[in-house]
Ligand binder design. Structure first.
Ligand code: ADP
Length: 397
């Protein structure tokens, strides 16, 4: 059984065709510059061969048309005919408070995703375009929406409400939603398998540390608290996002720099974080390299990041009355031994004892704590696409 997974951005589209018997991808690709000059599709076969296709790609329907053509191409395609694709799973950023799980797309679901556009103005419109394009080009094939926010819907009200007048929640649905839910769900399920315990018996802290970063407390298989908020700008300082701030700073900077709402929004999303502090790069590899060469601001950016992660871990251990395992995932979490070591330093208060040798691992599932560590430390490469495909198959079978 083959499931197509689609992740649409405003001008890009990532896809994977996953064989659910082996749980591996048999095709993977990326369309870039949709609607712009110089649009390009990079398609990879299961054996890693690359095919680059340039074409006019005015919109998401054209992009998906090209992807489907590539998938059935006799030379580099993955299937003989499109009928072999059983269903399509779409990553959708914002499901608001309506979706606590993945759903088969019908008219009512589409309407609800459209209603969530004000909450995810940059992401929901291209997500919708991707679904509509597949509905048009693959009639009769089930489409499933998998929301970044869904896993976090189990948070109790005292964790998702802000200290704002209640009317703002009623009028504008302002509350914490949380993101990266598919990733946190996937790694927490894998953690239960690695620890050989049912998810119901576990208290986990999942650290998704990449370009965008978030931390989630998972008790009994359910999210009870997460670091991102109303938008993915909140929580840790990230590659280019500021993370948590004293809210008064926003108005203060707008006044001092004489800038408007759009500019401050853009500024906090694209110019801050590790990039803004270090002045070097948003890429942790560059910043680590600069810090190792003695760049003080690069060192400071990393120190803030490590300090932030440690604070969240402490807070979430308190919120859950203990923690059985800390999970590291995404670009930094899966690959950076030095960041993991710095984060796990002096965590004996929750029983963490890191095995420095095992911590040298990169990009593979491993328990990197010492055998007698009361709190385990796990590296688990995330696989959001597989999680989307699993949900899609479960719902459509
Ligand atoms: P995204 O949020 O865009 O999905 P990723 O999860 O791919 O991001 O993470 C990207 C980040 O991971 C980049 O900042 C990159 O520098 C960092 N990263 C990747 N490999 C390493 C490594 N070996 N050491 C430190 N950071 C790394």
């Amino acid at each position: 059984m083959k499931i197509l997974v689609i992740n649409c951005g405003s001008s890009s589209l990532k896809y994977q065709l996953i064989d659910m018997t082996t749980k591996t991808n048999i095709s993977i690709g990326l369309v870039e510059r949709i609607g712009l000059e110089g649009a390009i599709l990079t398609h990879r076969t299961a054996s890693g061969e690359k095919e680059v296709i340039t074409a006019e790609i005015p919109d998401h329907t054209a992009a998906i048309g090209l992807v489907l053509k590539a998938l059935v191409d006799p030379k580099y395609g993955a299937v003989k005919e499109l009928k072999e694709i059983y269903a399509v799973g779409h990553r959708v950023l914002h499901g608001g408070h309506k979706f606590s799980a993945s759903v088969i797309v019908d008219d009512a679901v589409m309407e609800a995703i459209v209603e969530c556009i004000p909450l995810g103005p940059l992401h929901n419109p291209p997500n919708i375009a991707g679904i509509e394009a597949c509905q048009k080009l693959m009639p009769g094939v089930s489409q499933v929406a998998v929301f970044d926010t869904a896993f976090h819907q189990t948070m109790p009200d005292y964790a998702y409400m802000y200290g704002l007048p209640y009317e703002l929640y009623e009028k504008y649905k302002i509350r914490r939603y949380g993101f990266h839910g598919t990733s946190h769900k996937y790694v927490s399920q894998r953690a239960a398998v690695l620890l050989e315990k049912p998810p119901e018996d576990l208290k986990l802290i999942s650290c998704h540390l990449g370009n965008g970063s978030s931390i989630t407390a998972i008790r009994g298989g359910k999210c009870i608290e997460t670091s991102m908020g109303f938008t993915p700008l909140a929580g840790l300082l990230m590659g280019t996002r500021c993370g948590d701030l004293d809210p008064a700073i926003v108005a203060y900077v707008m006044g001092k720099e004489n800038i408007g709402i759009d500019q401050i929004n853009d500024y906090m999303n694209k110019k801050c974080g590790v990039l803004g502090v270090s002045g070097v790069s948003s890429d942790f590899r560059d910043v680590e390299a600069a810090a190792n060469l003695g760049n003080d601001r690069a060192r400071l950016a990393l120190d803030i990041f490590v300090h932030d992660v440690r604070k969240y871990i402490g807070a979430y251990a308190a919120a859950m009355d203990g923690v059985d395992a800390i999970i590291f995932t995404a670009g930094v979490g899966e690959n950076s031994a030095s960041m993991r070591a710095a984060i796990c330093d002096k965590m004996s208060y929750i029983g963490v004892s890191l095995d420095q040798e095992k911590n040298k691992t990169r990009g593979q599932e491993l328990d990197i704590s010492e055998i007698n560590s009361a709190c385990k430390v796990l590296v688990i490469p995330t696989n959001e696409e597989l999680m989307i495909a699993v949900d899609t198959l479960e719902l459509t079978r």
